[in-house]
Design a protein around this ligand. Structure first.
Ligand SMILES: [Zn+2]
Ligand SMILES: [Zn+2]
Length: 234
């Protein structure tokens, strides 16, 4: 582990490919080559939840969303390098990578309307203590700086810890997060934009949207850096 002085003197290298970062890119964590390898999520998709693929009939992913939850978009597919980058934000203790991920969102997802407020998906208190930071809050702050939108991390709280979603089926994910969030410090805003690192089935984000809608929010959208392919989902 290099000490602070060595870190200052050593040329920075890309977290993913380990190639040296050029002087102009020395504040990045991921080099431009690796960023251009990230595959943007593109149309055709469900206009509401942004899930790509041919849709026949109502979309299974968003049909039970609260009415106020209008739209969700993700920047890139969560494969290879993008997965590693999201992982570094979440577990690697490299919160500075949040700006690289926010840059990808700003590049691929249109900015929300003026007056919108970014709301990171909160962690439970125990997980926040373990990790030391909320990766979604870092992402929301980096994105807020790019979009020039305020971030409110005090309006949504987790009422209880939830089991990690990774190993759960889509149905089990819904049950796992039911009633997990609560809105506090409610102030009127024209629109809330939920921010999270990864969208898989959208169960967590939809549950957060439900809490905002219960408290009277009328327009809710969501953005994430990554979109994970859902196995066996058609
Ligand atoms: Zn690289
Ligand atoms: Zn949909």
């Amino acid at each position: 582990m290099p000490n602070a002085l060595e870190q200052l003197l050593l040329p920075a290298e890309c977290l993913l490919c380990r190639n040296l970062l050029g002087f102009a890119a020395s504040d990045q964590i991921v080099c431009d080559v690796c960023r251009y390898r990230w595959r943007p999520v593109v149309r055709p998709w469900c206009e509401r939840c942004g899930q790509p693929g041919p849709h026949f009939g109502p979309c299974r992913l968003c049909r039970d969303w609260p009415e106020a939850f209008a739209q969700a978009r993700s920047a890139v597919w969560l494969d290879d390098g993008a997965r590693e980058a999201a992982h570094a934000l979440k577990y690697g203790g490299v919160p500075r990578i949040a700006d690289d991920l926010a840059a990808a969102i700003a590049r691929h997802v249109p900015a929300p309307e003026a007056g919108a407020v970014l709301v990171p998906i909160p962690l439970g208190a125990r997980r926040l203590r373990q990790r030391g930071y909320n990766q979604s809050e870092h992402l929301a702050r980096a994105l807020g700086a790019r979009w020039r939108l305020p971030v409110r991390s005090d309006v949504l709280v987790r009422r209880r810890e939830t089991a990690t979603q990774t190993a759960l089926t889509p149905e089990a994910r819904l049950a796992n997060v039911a009633g997990a969030f609560e809105m506090r410090n409610v102030t009127p805003h024209s629109a809330f934009v939920l921010v999270d690192d990864v969208f898989t089935t959208g169960a967590t984000i939809a549950e957060a949207a439900r809490a905002l809608a219960r408290a009277g929010a009328v327009r809710i959208t969501a953005v994430t850096f990554g979109r994970a392919a859902i196995p066996d989902f058609t």
